[in-house]
Design a protein around this ligand. Structure first.
Ligand SMILES: Cc1ncc(COP(=O)(O)O)c(C=O)c1O
Length: 383
């Protein structure tokens, strides 16, 4: 088993509380202080000339993630967040033809759902596949719905409530058989389970850095398969999507013939600086080692939770479970508030319960301690 304890000192918050919430906001690497100072120094000393370094960061920052997900060069860019990226990708499609079906499940992250539902007004036919238990989504249920009228399948690799790992490869294969496109939301996957965009043969992949990548807010990423990059003309665009942004041309947009056509306006530069330290650490530790350690800790939490009689809203099969163990019991929402008061940092989500999300920097002791704290809170309040 990989011994990753040495990494703890890189994350200041670990000395202040029991931090088990990397599904929501990964711990800040110490190196972010220096990165943000570099940003401030560049702005203070180079002024407007700093843009010469900042604009290329839209691609160069994404290259750091590309190495983690095995994406070829020039297939990724940074953007603000998944919601904006979903909007950009939706703007690539027309819904007026017979092929206008959009398929995802009722366990998707709502931001994706809101964006697609809004396009029903433009003719998109949204079909929502129901999970039988709120935890798993049997792949056959998805495959059954994907047919010749399907345009897009915008699905999560890992479901945010239960950490169920979808069979993305099977979904992508089926979508391609019928000529549909898959937009994979890999937010809850990248940084905690191995992701290989080339092996998946995924069309588009989106995600962000807040969680398992420990990169902080404002650093969303987009991957587009090389052969698709110039196929689409995103209506949601901006001057950096133009072949020559500084020509300030007032004709119809002449799209860049690379991934920048999906970019839009001025990038959120500080976010790009602050995201890099986390990417470098995740790459150095290695997602294979992270996954091994994560499986060990999630199995430990599952076992302890079952021993306490809690409902575990997460797959029991470790191969189907990503980084989170959701546990529920009457009064779990209040118990979550109490845990936070006691400096055990986790979160509560309706229909999931308390989400416990150990990352490579957590210890077995911390996994034991949170379950013991839940036991104490429940026995005191008779929950
Ligand atoms: C699967 C998934 N997608 C998207 C998001 C967030 O989207 P955005 O980047 O727009 O905030 C989250 C969580 O915050 C998530 O778990």
């Amino acid at each position: 088993m990989p011994d990753l304890k040495a990494w703890r000192k890189e994350f200041p918050i670990l000395g202040k509380c029991t931090y088990l919430i990397s599904n929501s906001l990964g711990a800040m690497p110490r190196g972010v202080y220096a990165e943000l100072k570099d940003f401030a120094d560049a702005w203070a000393t180079q002024g407007v000339l700093a843009w010469e370094d900042w604009v290329p960061m839209v691609k160069s920052t994404a290259e750091l993630i590309a190495k983690i997900v095995n994406a070829p060069r020039d297939t990724m860019i940074m953007h603000q967040n998944v919601s904006v990226l979903q909007h950009v990708l939706i703007s690539c499609f027309e819904f007026s033809g017979k092929r206008n079906k959009v398929i995802y499940s009722d366990l998707e992250f709502p931001t994706v759902h809101y964006n697609w539902k809004a396009r029903e007004a433009d003719g998109a036919r949204v079909v929502i596949v129901k999970s039988p238990d709120g935890v798993h989504l049997p792949t056959e249920l998805m495959l059954k719905e994907i047919d010749e009228e399907t345009l897009v399948v915008p699905v999560s690799y890992v479901l945010f409530r239960s950490a169920f790992i979808q069979d993305a490869k099977a979904i992508i294969r089926r979508a391609h058989e019928v000529g549909a496109v898959v937009i994979l939301d890999a937010y809850q996957a990248v940084g905690t389970i191995p992701v290989d965009v080339q092996d998946l043969d995924v069309d588009f992949m989106v995600g962000g850095s807040v969680k398992w990548l420990c990169g902080g807010p404002g650093a969303g990423y987009l991957y587009a398969r090389k052969d698709l990059i110039t196929k689409y003309r995103p209506k949601s665009c901006g001057w950096f999507s133009h072949r020559e942004p500084f020509a300030f041309d007032m004709g119809p947009i002449d799209y860049a013939d690379d991934i920048m056509r999906y970019s839009g306006g001025s990038p959120g530069v500080p976010a790009l600086y602050s995201a890099r330290a986390g990417y470098r650490i995740v790459r150095k530790v290695g997602v294979k080692a992270i996954r091994k350690r994560s499986q060990q800790m999630t199995a430990r939490i599952v076992e302890l939770a079952l021993a306490l009689g809690l409902k575990v809203n997460t797959p029991m099969d470790p191969a189907l479970r990503a980084g989170t163990v959701s546990v529920d019991f009457p009064g779990s929402e209040e118990a979550c508030h109490e845990l936070i008061r006691r400096k055990f940092i986790v979160d509560y989500r309706p229909k999931a319960g308390i989400r416990n999300s150990p990352h490579f920097y957590n210890s077995d002791d911390e996994c034991d301690a949170i379950m013991d704290e839940i036991r104490k809170i429940r026995s005191k309040s008779k929950m």
